[in-house]
Design a protein around this ligand. Structure first.
Ligand code: HEC
Length: 199
């Protein structure tokens, strides 16, 4: 919530400034300008980290309790009120996408495909994947960050008959007949966080 603190501070500074304008007029030139531009990088990181945190702990708990069948419906961001509240608090559209999606609603836009291709290329060249902030054509900003696969994800995104149980995959296929999100290995790039800020 650093942004809000900053915004509050800037608003206070503005208020104080305008109310004492006359007395301060001569000193105003000495003051450093206060930036009100939000820090999209740290906001994006915060949103992704908090969403990932609640998502993985909820998934993990459900898997421990009921196994994969009990957890399948919990990988959809719509299952999480936190995502709605972060969306409202940051005025942002929060989603995940991939070159190989399970849910076609998560298919990438052209802009997201460009970012996914770019990350994929970096992986192929052995480079480090870093989060990005991009200014979109309509001047809004977007935050992107890589999503990697770990051993836990393979139970639903691994190789059928090996890391991904056949029976479990049949259940996944029932819900997602167009699934492409399998055959991953530990450490692979799975997709990206894609967070578009409305302001
Ligand atoms: C219990 C099974 C399960 C586990 C475990 C799981 N996923 Fe998923 N994953 C799914 C399902 C089901 C969807 C489709 C969700 C939807 O409808 O949006 C999905 C969707 C996704 C998407 C969105 C893009 C798409 O393919 O539609 C990403 C990214 C993703 N998973 C990454 C991961 C990562 C990373 C992990 C491990 C940290 C993980 N998943 C663990 C079942 C799982």
């Amino acid at each position: 919530m650093k942004y809000f603190q900053l915004l509050l501070l800037s608003t206070l500074v503005l208020l104080v400034n305008s109310s004492c304008k006359d007395q301060q007029a001569s000193r105003q030139e000495d003051q450093a300008p206060v930036s009100t531009e939000p820090d999209y990088m740290s906001q994006g990181k915060e949103i992704a980290a908090r969403t990932f945190g609640v998502l993985s702990s909820t998934l993990q708990q459900a898997m421990n309790k009921d196994g994969v069948p009990g957890a399948i419906d919990l990988c959809n961001l719509k299952a999480y009120p936190l995502v709605d509240s972060l969306s409202g608090a940051f005025d942002a559209r929060i989603r995940r996408t991939s070159l190989k999606t399970r849910n076609p609603n998560n298919n990438p836009t052209m802009q997201e495909t460009r970012i996914l291709d770019r990350y994929q290329e970096t992986v192929q060249n052995g480079g480090e994947l870093q989060p990005l902030v991009v200014t979109l054509e309509d001047e809004r900003h977007a935050f992107y960050a890589p999503i990697r696969v770990n051993a836990f994800c393979l139970k639903c995104h691994g190789v059928v008959g090996e890391s991904l149980d056949e029976g479990h995959y049949a259940l996944i296929r029932e819900r997602y007949p167009n699934d492409k999100a399998i055959d991953y290995a530990d450490g692979d790039l799975r997709g990206i966080w894609s967070i578009e800020f409305e302001n």
